[in-house]
Design a protein around this ligand. Structure first.
Ligand SMILES: Cc1ncc(C[n+]2csc(CCOP(=O)(O)OP(=O)(O)O)c2C)c(N)n1
Ligand SMILES: [Mg+2]
Length: 292
């Protein structure tokens, strides 16, 4: 029976993360409702990854987001800002009161991620293909300072179209950046079409591996698989940079959004935000009383 307590700790852990992921999705929908539109599909798709990163993995201090010893989480994809805000709110870095200001003038939550505006937003992303290069420089700098902090970089499958991404992939391996963990959101979507239709990215895991990265490919909506992959990436003793290639589903957790064809930028009718929130509660088995 030796394994039983450990297993129940693990399942408690997953249950907690499931709740965090639910709240991240909910925060994102509430922000979408404020503006009536947004990159909500991405936030719903990446919420499980962010729950594991922000509610389990990152070494950080919610009340001191610039603490020198922190792990840095770089969001290359500025349009995913709504997803990161939702996670920063859940992690206690940003107050939930800010949700109502999402996207308005002078808000700390602008629609595209900008470092100067938002606590916990490490870089200004949005000109795609630069996050990993910045990550390489930061990881190298931290190593030279003998810091134990890690750099995480969340990038998208659309960013795999950028030559600058692959320059960064090559240099990270060259510099043996074992403190760098890339996370690729493979949702097979981008602005113009399916990513695989615009420019085939497969075999994506083989490519990163051939460049000298330790590589995991996981279902990015499976919390247990994510926890395992994050743990292995963090605990590996190799001198290679690490990448978690996460297959995700845009709109995950809200069935009427999951089944949409075009999910890059979502607009729904005014009354459909409450439908989205209601469907999310149904998917998670949360009753109206629990919510209030
Ligand atoms: C260098 C650069 N080229 C083009 C754009 C315009 N753009 C904004 S989002 C986007 C789609 C990128 O793909 P991905 O991040 O995979 O899209 P998603 O999964 O969010 O639909 C594009 C082309 C940009 N921001 N930067
Ligand atoms: Mg994409």
């Amino acid at each position: 029976m030796m394994g039983t307590p450990a297993q129940s700790v693990v399942s408690d852990d997953i249950e907690n993360l499931r709740h965090h992921a639910y709240r991240i999705r909910r925060n994102a929908l509430l922000m979408g409702e404020v503006q009536g539109q947004g990159y909500v599909g991405q936030a719903l798709g990446i919420a499980d990854v962010l729950a594991v990163a922000y509610c389990r993995q990152l070494n950080m201090r919610a009340d001191d987001p610039e603490w020198e010893g922190r792990d840095r989480f770089l969001l290359s994809i500025g349009h995913y800002a709504i997803a990161l805000y939702a996670a920063l709110i859940e992690a206690g870095v940003i107050s939930a009161d800010e949700i109502d200001n999402y996207g308005s003038d002078d808000s700390m939550l602008p629609m595209s991620g900008m470092a100067a505006y938002t606590p916990g937003m490490e870089i200004t992303g949005g000109s795609l293909g630069h996050g990993l290069g910045i990550g390489v420089g930061m990881a190298l700098g931290l190593k030279r300072k003998n810091s134990g902090s890690r750099i995480y970089n969340l990038l998208s499958d659309g960013e795999l179209n950028e030559g600058s991404t692959w320059e960064a992939v090559a240099s990270a391996a060259h510099w043996k950046l074992d403190n760098l963990i890339a996370i690729v959101d493979v949702n097979d979507q981008q602005a113009d079409d399916r990513s695989s239709t615009v420019l085939n990215y497969e075999p994506v895991a083989d490519k990163w591996q051939a460049f000298g990265w330790e590589t995991w490919r996981v279902d990015g909506n499976d919390l247990t698989a994510l926890v395992e992959a994050f743990d292995q990436a963090v605990n590996s003793t190799s001198d290679k940079p690490r990448v978690l290639i996460c297959d995700t589903l845009m709109g995950r957790g809200v069935p009427f959004l999951e089944s949409r064809d075009k999910t890059h930028f979502i607009r729904v009718d005014e009354n459909e935000w409450s439908l989205a929130l209601q469907q999310l509660d149904e998917v998670y088995g949360i009753s109206a009383e629990e919510q209030s």
